[in-house]
Design a protein. Structure first.
Length: 238
């Protein structure tokens, strides 16, 4: 989680420079319409999750239907986000937004049934399209969000004898839920911190052999992910 702390310190420093430079002369309007408008920006953070079960489904293959274990993944994430919000007269905020993050969260585990066999996964990207429900307290917005999610992930199987024997790259869909808080530095600039959980369920992956003497293999893999990120938004009024 050092990447999350590092990103938070960067944003804190930027906020301090903005205050010192007089950028906060024009404060965000405290009226109920303060959070109404659209936004776009970037984020940094940490990602972690699981690549679980790894159940072979190759017809007639060894250990068909038996779990070969699983592993945890972790790494860095950085990306972009955009969306629009509407704040009602009672302070409730409704919105819709999308985000995409590039990540290097990966992990490896030895086979639970085979000797000298290792399985690896690396999440390359996480994206989401979500709805937002929140409440604005002046310069502070607290919210929950949830919706559809996607991940792009690569898988590999290797042995100590021949190295990488199988590879696959897949784009999977699932769902996400999370929440966070956002603070208005100025009328058009805000920072946020949020957490999101992603669940992509179990999907059958086709593993492509890296040697001609190997058959195509199939395996069921269950993927989940979690992200803590902090970011900055440029906001445009109604």
């Amino acid at each position: 989680m050092r990447t999350v702390l590092f990103a938070f310190l960067i944003l804190t420093a930027l906020s301090g420079q903005a205050r010192a430079g007089g950028m906060l002369v024009e404060r965000a309007d405290a009226s109920p319409a303060q959070w109404t408008g659209c936004y776009g920006g970037g984020h940094l953070g940490g990602a972690w999750g699981t690549s679980d079960k790894w159940i072979p489904r190759t017809p007639g293959g060894a250990f068909e239907g038996v779990s070969l274990g699983g592993h945890d993944t972790d790494g860095f994430i950085g990306g972009v986000q955009a969306g629009c919000d509407v704040q009602l007269s009672n302070g409730i905020v409704l919105g819709i937004g999308g985000d995409y993050g590039w990540t290097d969260a990966d992990g490896t585990h030895p086979s639970a049934r085979e000797t000298g066999v290792f399985y690896h996964s690396k999440t390359e990207g996480l994206g989401a399209l979500t709805g937002r429900l929140g409440y604005g307290f002046g310069d502070v917005l607290l919210y929950a969000e949830g919706g559809m999610a996607w991940e792009r992930v690569s898988y590999a199987a290797a042995t100590t004898q021949i190295g990488t024997a199988y590879r696959a790259t897949d784009t999977r869909d699932g769902w996400t839920i999370g929440g966070g808080g956002e603070y208005a530095l100025t009328k058009h600039l805000s920072v946020f911190v949020e957490y999101a959980h992603y669940d992509f369920g179990t999907e059958r992956i086709t593993l492509d052999p890296q040697y001609s003497f190997l058959p195509t293999a199939f395996v069921d893999i269950d993927d989940t992910a979690n992200v803590v990120r902090t970011g900055i938004n440029l906001r445009f009024g109604p």
